[in-house]
Ligand binder design. Structure first.
Ligand code: GLV
Length: 373
């Protein structure tokens, strides 16, 4: 019997063809919007071996219960997996995979680009031209932006993406204040400091820049830009939760001239507090790629035209580069890595050792589990 797979979304034809070429039966929900939960449950209950999901799907205890005894793997086409109930997956001993690393650079460069976009007022400037309101070149009218070079960037979360962001931002001759509640990567910070020292010594930067780990409060107080690179963690999941990490109190710690950049997960920022902070001039601006509710609801206060000049809004687009999203090569694309993770688990390609399946998030689910057909 061939393996049967249900994909809640078309993650990319080339990658899905890899499964078909191995004789898998692959059914794809190929509409733009996500399938209703009832359909996912129906498909899982029908006995599929593998489920390909995206961050739009809520994969909770109900889904795992529907797959009891038949569902062998959930393969998520994203690095974040806050939509998957890990405890429930473990109860049913169903491993799930994600797609780390292959989207790190795309996401990090996007964060840096939207930081520049909001600070240098790219959108208002283009609108001026398009709407024929560019009356004359003038030294400072109708508005100015803020330079990135030489400023202080707080990097909140120095995991894969935070570190990649730092590597790219070094060329802007900025100082970094890093915040990481657990597992500070001092070795990485040391290497970045060495690179900055070298740039200075060679005359490639005008000042000797610095990188330091500090407490959250210190990072927020001193930064000109705050870039969020943390996973979404609720109180019941972690001693250092990140839900509404940026709220009325923490936003108030930021300088009135500072900008907030979020490419992590929407609920890390309390959106109503952010709207108030922007309206009252508590901070200068923000660029958001992720939202508490996605797609952003038509009546979201973030759409207030009064905020348009200082608030950039994007469509959860950070990893949306052609190669990053679609390459069937598991070392290049999310689609490839998603499909490869699914194959590795289903076909037991880990020699009995869960450590050999790096993209499985809940390795604990393998305990006492026998993959048989
Ligand atoms: C995107 O947000 C991802 O988690 O891959």
């Amino acid at each position: 019997m061939p393996y049967r797979i249900f994909a809640t979304c078309d993650v990319g034809k080339d990658a899905l063809d890899v499964l078909r070429q191995r004789g898998y039966e692959v059914e794809v929900y190929d509409r733009l919007e996500p399938p209703p939960k009832s359909l996912i449950i129906e498909k899982v209950r029908s006995g599929v071996d593998g489920l390909i999901t995206t961050l739009r799907d809520s994969i909770d205890a109900e889904v795992f219960e529907a797959g009891r005894g038949t569902l062998k793997v959930v393969a998520q086409d994203a690095v974040g997996f806050d939509n998957i109930d890990r405890a429930a997956a473990n109860r049913y001993q169903i491993p799930f995979t994600h797609t780390p690393d292959v989207l790190t650079d795309a996401t990090a460069e996007f964060a840096l680009l939207i930081l520049g976009c909001v600070a240098r007022k790219l959108y208002p400037s283009e609108r001026l031209v398009r709407e024929n309101r560019w009356g004359a070149w003038h030294p400072y009218l109708p508005f100015l932006g803020d330079e990135v070079t030489g400023k202080v960037i707080a990097v909140i979360g120095t995991g894969r993406i935070g570190r990649a962001f730092i590597k790219k931002a070094v060329g802007f001759d900025v100082d970094f204040l890093c915040y990481q509640p657990q597992h500070r990567d001092e070795e990485f910070a040391g290497k970045i400091q060495d690179a900055m020292n070298l740039r200075f010594r060679l005359g490639l930067s005008a000042a000797r820049c610095t990188i330091r780990y500090v407490a959250l409060e210190e990072a927020l107080r001193h930064a000109d830009f705050v870039s969020l690179h943390v996973p979404l963690l609720y109180e019941h999941e972690s001693p250092t939760p990140t839900f509404h990490l940026m709220n009325a109190q923490t936003l108030r710690l930021m300088k009135p001239t500072a900008y907030l950049i979020n490419t992590s997960r929407g609920p890390v920022v309390d959106e109503s507090a952010l709207v108030e902070a922007l309206k009252q001039g508590v901070i200068a601006g923000a660029a958001l790629d992720v939202f508490e509710r996605e797609p952003l609801p038509p009546d979201s206060p973030l759409r207030d035209p009064a905020l348009e000049d200082r608030l950039r809004l994007f469509s959860h687009f950070a990893s949306a580069g052609r190669i990053t999203r679609l390459s069937a090569d598991p070392n290049k694309g999310m689609a490839g890595r998603c499909v490869q993770g699914l194959i590795d688990v289903l076909e037991g390609r880990y020699g009995g050792n869960p450590a050999n399946v790096p993209w499985v998030v809940n390795k604990e689910a393998f305990q006492a589990r026998v993959v048989e057909r």
